[in-house]
Design a protein around this ligand. Structure first.
Ligand code: SF4
Ligand code: SF4
Length: 335
């Protein structure tokens, strides 16, 4: 059985047995017997502990495209792990049964996770489904061990973490997909109960440390105005680079948000606005013509085709375009 109640790495002890968690920008002050906003970091008699160290709700082999990552080991499968909890409370969360409530968990130690990845023929481990940054101690231990065995580590994250723990984790992370939910702080406050600035900071830091892709879920009336989309795409281009793969995802009503599903015309408009600023723009959760293939930004040659989760690399020679020789932001079988 994996260990439970592992002491947290980032916190300080206050008076009256209270603690202040220093993992994410919420900086929860937690009384003895209580938990922080993410519900998974608990004050046990003046010590902050992670309740989810070595506990998983989901273990599955997924196509890497499902994360989504389109420029990192295209067509390969990756062992994907998730647990309970999140430091956001998005009204539209598709995974609310694990992010906002506690589902059944089972034990899985870092050693067992790495062995499972090896035995499954996975090229790495993806920490996903709920918010992996609040699973910090387990993700750090597991990703170190995974690197020792030659496996890659992938984070699918909301990016809401303090700088010190981020800097400590990133050397063991090979690729991230960061959800950029909106370029407006009001959206983060109203819809996610969080803040925008730390997420943007994480994206900028991560860009210099690992392969980075970003996702924006396009929600009618909440973040889909021309101005919102253009400002977000401009920010990505100016801060992360025009070659950063950007995924525009269709929203469907879930959890506590009743906005109508994203119409195809809205997703097409979003794609047009993003494509005017960024070189690799994809649509997800909805099949649009030419929504998924990767084409060389320099010569237009088709590099990777995708039909559902069937992916074929057709136009790459290592990281280069076979047709024009351009060096591309695509990692095939290792950086
Ligand atoms: S990780 Fe959890 S307990 Fe710590 S500050 Fe963030 S929400 Fe609060
Ligand atoms: S950040 Fe992701 S997992 Fe967390 S509440 Fe929002 S949508 Fe759900």
């Amino acid at each position: 059985m994996a260990a439970e109640g592992r002491e947290a790495l980032y916190y300080e002890k206050l008076d009256d047995g209270r603690v202040r968690c220093a993992l994410c920008p919420h900086e929860c002050v937690i009384k003895p017997g209580a938990v922080g906003i993410c519900r998974q970091r608990a004050n046990q008699d003046g010590t902050l502990v992670s309740r989810i160290y070595g506990r998983v709700t989901s273990v599955a082999m997924d196509p890497i495209e499902k994360k989504p990552l389109y420029h990192f080991h295209p067509g390969e499968q990756i062992l994907s792990l998730g647990t309970n909890g999140c430091n956001f409370a998005c009204l539209h969360c598709q995974n609310w049964s694990i992010s906002q409530e506690d589902s059944h968990t089972r034990g899985l130690s870092p050693e067992e996770a790495v062995r499972t990845a090896d035995e499954s023929g996975s090229f790495g481990i993806a920490y996903t489904y709920n918010e992996p940054l609040i699973w910090y101690e387990f993700v750090l231990d597991t990703s170190k061990l995974a690197h020792q065995r030659g496996l890659k580590n992938v984070l699918v994250t909301n990016g809401f973490i303090q700088r010190a723990p981020l800097d400590r984790l990133l050397p063991f992370i090979d690729a991230l997909n960061i959800d950029l939910k909106s370029i407006r702080d009001e959206f983060y406050k109203k819809i996610c109960k969080a803040r925008l600035a730390p997420v943007l900071e994480t994206a900028k830091v991560a860009k210099n440390a690992a392969h980075l892709e970003v996702t924006n879920l396009v929600i009618p009336t909440h973040n889909d105005s021309d101005e919102d989309l253009a400002d977000l795409a401009n920010w990505i281009r100016d801060n992360l680079g025009a070659d950063t793969p950007a995924h525009l995802s269709a929203y469907f009503p879930a959890h506590r948000l009743n906005a109508p599903p994203t119409p195809a015309a809205t997703l097409e408009r979003a794609r047009d606005i993003f494509s005017a600023r960024l070189n690799y723009v994809y649509v997800g959760n909805m099949a649009l013509p030419k929504g998924s293939d990767t084409r060389c930004a320099r010569c237009g040659a088709t590099l990777i085709t995708r039909r559902g989760y069937t992916t074929e690399v057709v136009g790459l020679d290592g990281r280069k375009c076979k047709a024009c020789g351009a060096e591309l932001n695509i990692v095939v079988n290792g950086p």
